[in-house]
Design a protein around this ligand. Structure first.
Ligand SMILES: [Zn+2]
Length: 296
């Protein structure tokens, strides 16, 4: 693709530069943002390529975090990744995010054991999020904060899928990051909106799970989801909370229908809700204004 083609394509992206006027007005109030303004056209392609590569590297780190959660290993020890089957320590060439997986056709170079597709998918998701966040963020600072938020969402969701647990360290630190960033005016959600979104979102989810427990006498939802909601409700704000919960529920329902292939007994399937909450909230943060104006 030539540079001309790419910039033509970028013009069509529903990026933050073209969205609703309320959004633009909100930003124009914050003149300090000009200090960190992103290049809008010139240099945008290089920025997106950098975002993709950086997202891949971060994704590689995330998959290490996920694979080592709940084991005797820590994130930094052992320093180099290894094959869980034969303990073969990966060389630098075997450790390139995504590329190594493709070259080795998804197998360990020594014992030929299959590498779960789950891990390159984490890297791919991280790359996708880094690029998407780059096209939407109006400042570099917002992009960096969105990378941190997306990273916590990806790692928490992957751990939830693997273990049905959402670690407190991720959910609580995520909530702190979002609230501090919205207070500092880095995110395009007002601080009071954020605070109410966190409180009411978490309370609503807790009330639903308490009611479910009362009626069905079993735990329907973990407390981890309620804690995760503190972070995600703060990200979308109270104004877009209903859009967020609707999206998360629809995504979870689609997953349920596909995974049970529409068979009976769906009420007894236990699914990790974290990944759907996270994707619902991230989509709402990026497209909430457009979805809201579409509904009206
Ligand atoms: Zn091996």
């Amino acid at each position: 693709m030539t540079q001309k083609h790419l910039s033509k394509y970028l013009d069509k992206l529903p990026s933050a530069f073209y969205v609703t006027s309320s959004y633009t007005n909100y930003y124009s109030k914050r003149t300090t943002r000009a200090l960190f303004k992103k290049p809008i056209h010139s240099g945008m392609d290089m920025y997106l390529i950098f975002a993709a590569l950086f997202g891949l590297v971060l994704g590689s780190f995330y998959s290490v975090c996920v694979s080592r959660y709940g084991t005797d290993n820590t994130i930094f020890k052992p320093a180099r990744s290894f094959c869980p089957q034969c303990d073969h320590q990966l060389t630098i060439l075997e450790n390139i995010p995504l590329i190594s997986f493709l070259i080795q056709k998804g197998r360990c170079s020594l014992c030929k054991a299959r590498i779960p597709i789950f891990y390159p998918l984490i890297e791919l998701t991280s790359m996708f999020w880094a690029v998407l966040a780059a096209t939407h963020a109006t400042t570099y600072v917002e992009w960096v904060v969105l990378l941190a938020i997306g990273g916590i969402c990806i790692v928490a969701s992957a751990i939830d899928l693997r273990t049905f647990l959402l670690p407190d360290i991720l959910t609580y630190s995520g909530a702190a990051i979002v609230l501090v960033a919205s207070y500092a005016g880095i995110l395009h959600v007002d601080f009071m909106q954020s605070l109410l979104g966190a409180g009411i979102g978490a309370f609503a989810l807790w009330a639903v799970s308490a009611l479910y427990k009362l009626i069905r006498k079993i735990n329907g939802m973990g407390l981890g989801d309620v804690k995760f909601m503190l972070m995600l409700g703060a990200l979308t704000g109270i104004g877009h909370l209903s859009i967020f919960i609707f999206l998360a529920s629809v995504l979870a329902l689609i997953f349920c229908i596909i995974s049970t292939r529409g068979k009976a007994g769906m009420s007894r399937v236990y699914i990790p809700f974290g990944p759907f909450l996270a994707s619902g909230a991230l989509i709402t943060y990026l497209y909430g204004d457009q979805i809201a104006s579409f509904i009206r």
